[in-house]
Write a protein that binds this ligand. Structure first.
Ligand code: SF4
Length: 215
């Protein structure tokens, strides 16, 4: 049940933290923005605001920021400038496979090197990067056994049918594209989620008009 708003200062702080998280330049292999997002979630929860579950992502931070704004404006307070302006700014939003950014989210759990093409792109400052890992965002662990497709196209990971989880991860990637306005996605070749032609998430993104670039 939503509680009466009793902590406007805390909520303003939560809103600022969520907005800063949503606008953050991707910090490579460390995730200080994830801590800010965690603090924003705790403060929002205290006021009874539903918070997104799962791994921290910038689109989720933007969604949380919007929920806080709605809560504040329902309570009769003037909303702050829209966080989406901070999220998008003058930069082009793009989706990027999280493992290309040096995050150890691949099935083997080993740290991955940042991809030089992506690093060069980010160095230009022209892009707002929304990192996605459809498998981890759908709840699959790190490490996890490699995933294989059977003759019927179902996906198996360690003896479990994970097809539904892969579809869920694809939907989350589509949500991230819609929330950020990204029309391009730089995704890993050869992945059962991210490969432009065979990956479930990549195919779902292409189905909604996102251009997938194989990296
Ligand atoms: S699902 Fe995509 S982002 Fe996640 S580890 Fe596999 S290739 Fe990388």
């Amino acid at each position: 049940m939503t509680q009466t708003l009793t902590t406007p200062t805390s909520l303003a702080l939560a809103r600022d933290l969520a907005a800063a998280t949503a606008a953050a330049t991707y910090p490579r292999s460390d995730l200080p923005w994830a801590g800010a997002y965690g603090r924003a979630k705790r403060l929002a929860r205290e006021a009874g605001i539903p918070v997104p579950g799962g791994c921290p992502t910038k689109p989720k931070a933007a969604a949380l920021c919007a929920a806080i704004e709605a809560h504040l404006s329902k309570a009769g307070r003037a909303p702050a400038p829209a966080p989406s302006a901070a999220l998008v700014g003058a930069r082009q939003p793009i989706l990027v496979s999280r493992c290309l950014l040096g995050v150890a989210c691949r099935y083997h759990g080993r740290p991955t090197a940042e991809h030089s093409r992506i690093v060069r792109m980010l160095a230009t400052g022209r892009y707002d990067t929304i990192d996605v890992c459809p498998e981890v965002d759908a709840g699959l662990p790190v490490p996890r056994p490699p995933t294989r497709a059977d003759a019927d196209g179902r996906l198996w990971c360690g003896g479990q049918d994970v097809t539904a989880a892969f579809v869920r991860g694809g939907k989350l990637a589509v949500d991230a594209a819609r929330a950020s306005g990204a029309t391009k996605a730089y995704l890993v070749r050869g992945s059962p989620s991210c490969d432009r032609d065979h990956g479930i998430a990549a195919r779902m993104l292409r189905a909604v008009g996102v251009k997938v670039i194989r990296v």
